[in-house]
Design a protein around this ligand. Structure first.
Ligand code: PLP
Length: 367
């Protein structure tokens, strides 16, 4: 039997409509989208429709570049520090995903000065700390829209305004918010991923504001406007485009559904403490802790539910959650935290059953 899937921040199930849209491009239409003949042109046209579908959810004055993942899109975006007015400083939130945080720290080894910006105990950026950290050497400020571990929604446009006052570029990782909540209009670089929006794995995209100069990360045949070489997969592009369009079409419905699931979750886990902001939070994320709980044991006791202990992205790394640490939680509190992620295909009954299983296992441990 399949477990109840409550790990929608790690990845989402693929939407049936997306599978249907992709299949012809996997099975029948195998043309290379960069070939000049008819089959190639048909594939290229499908890629361009997908690009428009993704662009439809993003600010206007920019272009969409397909990549193999959001991690690649973020690495590509951060290359902008090499060409931005000879500046040598990077500032990113301490709670960024490893794709940004670790990349920013890697730039230190390349002679850049990297600053990690503080957040408060709810995970929200400290705007005074931000102001204090920036100067005329700042090339790039990075702040994500929705945190993947705690769901906190940052005031990205406000952060971007401050970054721009210092002449810096603003990078926003919208992976967990794309297709669900409003996308910041002031960012200069925006990264997203297919497999978090009921689309396929193995594709992401970077939106680049017109006028922003970006050195290529991958060199070769000059595809993707010379910035990201390599043959595109029409099936993956079509899948991402269809998934984005579906999110846009269903946005109200999806949000109402996830909000109901979250209300059920909050009431059934009322004995637990919520990590992160309650007010500025994406409803599909519930990160909670219970003092004294051994989460590794809880996870092996509750095999019928797929959920996460901290960030699934960092799982296997053995590292304690840098996000929960940044909120000021003690190591024991971090180890007693779990993350539940609600999505489009979950039902209220599933949340109720999962809560009963998790609460029972927690009681057994603590009593
Ligand atoms: N950014 C955030 C907020 C994420 O949650 C993830 C994946 O978990 C990523 C970036 C990386 O996305 P991808 O798996 O497409 O590389």
């Amino acid at each position: 039997m399949q477990p109840i899937y409550l790990d929608n921040q790690a990845t989402t199930p693929i939407a049936p409509e997306v599978v249907d849209a992709m299949l012809p491009w996997l099975r029948d239409n195998f043309g290379n989208p960069h070939s000049p003949h008819l089959m190639g042109r048909q594939a290229a046209a499908a890629v361009e429709v997908a690009r428009e579908q993704v662009a439809g959810l993003l600010p206007r004055a920019g272009r969409v570049i397909f990549t193999g993942s959001a991690t690649e899109a973020l690495n590509l975006a951060m290359g902008a520090v090499r060409t931005h007015q000879g500046r040598n400083q990077i500032a990113v939130l301490d709670t960024e995903h490893a794709a940004v945080r670790d990349t920013a720290l890697w730039y230190r080894t390349q002679g850049f000065e990297t600053r990690l910006l503080r957040v408060d105990q709810t995970g929200l950026v400290d705007l005074d700390d931000l102001e204090a950290c920036l100067d005329e050497q700042t090339a790039l400020v990075g702040a994500m829209l929705v945190n993947n571990e705690i769901g906190t929604i940052q005031p990205v446009d406000q952060i971007a305004d401050i970054a721009h006052r210092y002449g810096a570029l603003m990078l926003c990782d919208v992976v967990q918010g794309f297709g669900r909540i409003d996308i910041p209009q002031q960012a200069d670089l925006i990264a997203l991923s297919g497999h978090k929006i009921y689309g396929p794995k193995g594709i992401g995209a970077l939106w680049v504001r017109d006028g922003v100069d970006l050195p290529p990360l991958i060199h070769g045949g000059g595809q993707e406007q010379g910035i990201r070489s390599g043959t595109l997969s029409p099936a993956l592009c079509v899948g991402l485009g269809r998934a984005a369009k579906l999110c846009a079409d269903r946005r109200k419905e999806d949000m109402a559904h996830v909000t109901k699931l979250a209300e059920t979750g909050h009431s059934l886990f009322a004995d637990w403490t919520v990590n992160g902001s309650l007010g500025q939070r994406y409803a599909g994320n519930l990160n909670i802790r219970r003092d004294g709980l051994d989460v590794a044991r809880l996870m092996s006791d509750v095999r019928g539910v797929a959920f996460s202990a901290g960030s699934a992205c960092a799982s296997g790394s053995g590292r304690p959650s840098h996000v929960l640490s940044a909120l000021g939680l003690e190591p024991a509190q971090i180890k007693s935290s779990i993350r539940l992620g609600f999505g489009r295909y979950n039902s209220i009954e599933e949340v109720e059953q999962a809560a009963a299983l998790i609460n029972q296992a927690a009681e057994n441990q603590l009593s």
